[in-house]
Design a protein around this ligand. Structure first.
Ligand code: AR6
Length: 177
């Protein structure tokens, strides 16, 4: 795990399974329909139990970049913040702004609920095919913007399932900080 400070925000970059996180909230890379799918969404739903899927479905459909909150049910995390990241087409369809919105809206929701810690997966970089290098740059810029006014939020974990993703995160953040 690598720990960095972004203004007063503690950022932890780690290779792990997000369903094990004990932060106040974990973020789910969901779809607009809010129908539990595969990838991290599937893993979170399996670990949380069937009540999560019922709560999730009731809140759909949502817009790309929007974020909504449910309980965490059987997860160690108290809440799940669900966001629909953009599907990558060619980069000319506002994908970059939409990915930034997914992160910023999730963080603002955590702040509104007076949470202190939140964990993110690498939204949109799986089956939605967002280029990893560009995604990591957007995450860094969005967290930097949020760190100006983080409210109650003190700790942000960037939780990567595979080592390739984790290495790209570590290198980019180390270069910038
Ligand atoms: N913990 C942390 N990260 C994980 C885990 C885990 N347990 N499992 C997978 N990842 P993806 P997307 C990583 O495809 O691209 C679903 O069907 C994975 O390795 O889960 O936003 C939804 O319902 C990758 O780095 O999300 C949507 O329909 C990252 O999570 C669609 O996929 C994101 O990969 C969303 O696609």
């Amino acid at each position: 795990m690598k720990t960095l400070l972004l203004n007063s925000l503690e950022i932890n970059i780690k290779q792990s399974d997000i369903t094990k996180e004990t932060t106040d909230a974990i973020v789910n890379a969901a779809n607009k329909e809010m129908i539990p799918g595969g990838g991290v969404d599937g893993a979170i739903n399996r670990a949380a139990g069937p009540d999560l899927g019922s709560a999730q479905r009731k809140l759909g459909p949502i817009e790309t970049g929007e974020a909504v909150i449910t309980a965490g049910f059987a997860l160690p995390a108290k809440y799940v913040i669900h966001t629909a990241g953009p599907i990558w087409h060619d980069g000319a369809n506002d994908e970059e702004h939409e990915l930034a919105a997914s992160y910023l809206n999730s963080l603002n929701l955590a702040k509104e609920h007076k949470l202190t810690s939140i964990s993110f997966p690498a939204i949109s970089t799986g089956v939605y095919h967002f280029p990893l290098d560009l995604a990591v740059k957007i995450v860094f810029e969005t967290l930097t913007e949020f760190s100006q006014n983080p409210g109650t939020v003190q700790v942000i974990n960037l939780v990567n399932f595979d080592s390739k993703t984790n290495v790209v995160y570590e290198k980019y953040f180390a270069m910038k900080l």
